[in-house]
Design a protein around this ligand. Sequence first.
Ligand code: ADP
Length: 263
Amino acid sequence: MTATTDTTATASPAGAVIKLIDVSKTYRSGSLEVAALRGVSVSIAAGEYVAITGPSGSGKSTLMHIIGCLDVPTTGSYRLAGQDVSQMSEAELAEVRNRRIGFVFQQFNLLPSMSAWRNVELPLAYAGVPRAHRRDAAMEALERVGLGDRVEHRPGELSGGQQQRVAVARALVGDPALILADEPTGNLDTASTRDALRLFGELHDAGRTVVLITHEADVAAATKRTIRIRDGAVYDDTATRPPPSRPVATMDSIVARHVSGAG
Ligand code: ADP
């Protein structure tokens, strides 16, 4: 797993889960054109843990929609797990969204009237997996995110952090090639953010490909590689830099300064 400033050469084509080549996206309304993405080339290999970050309006959501097969580029190409997305039919795209990508959203997007495990089994139900298998898989995914004791709770009976863990379990349940999370900590407090990031870190450690879209620097700092976009273009793509370490004043250093008369 390498991170490099050459965004097209990060992964061998065989190992690339995501390969965007010179992707542009232009929105048109009437005579107005907005270039949301301008020539983005990014390759993400299987098992990488990546943050895509940038200020508001930089093109993050547009990029997320393209990576998630929710929208298509205006120009350029996108291959997901080796398949050219532009050649896929609507039915194939739906299949890819349902089976190859596990989505996690800022708003959790859980169905309020359904228990946690019912929410988690939904992607499998859409995929036609038999009921008995669905329940077992949902239970296992909820165990995996530490909610084995909350399977019958409805979203309204869970904290925000727990709801996001249910959403992560739902993203995991179909064993997708990619976990794609859009501002997953945007609605979480500090402690729940830490829990969610620990969970994404564990999924990465278990070999999954995890991509977080975030505008929060400390969330990006939890990943292994940060792709920074601005005005619809990648301007930096490197191994994530750890946050600057602040010198910690220990009791010994305070005493030493005091004794030496320096402080
Ligand atoms: P971010 O997620 O980083 O805030 P977006 O991808 O939402 O950025 O937006 C990038 C640019 O594209 C912005 O200038 C935004 O106004 C514009 N944009 C996004 N979606 C649409 C749309 N559906 N129609 C027209 N312009 C859009």
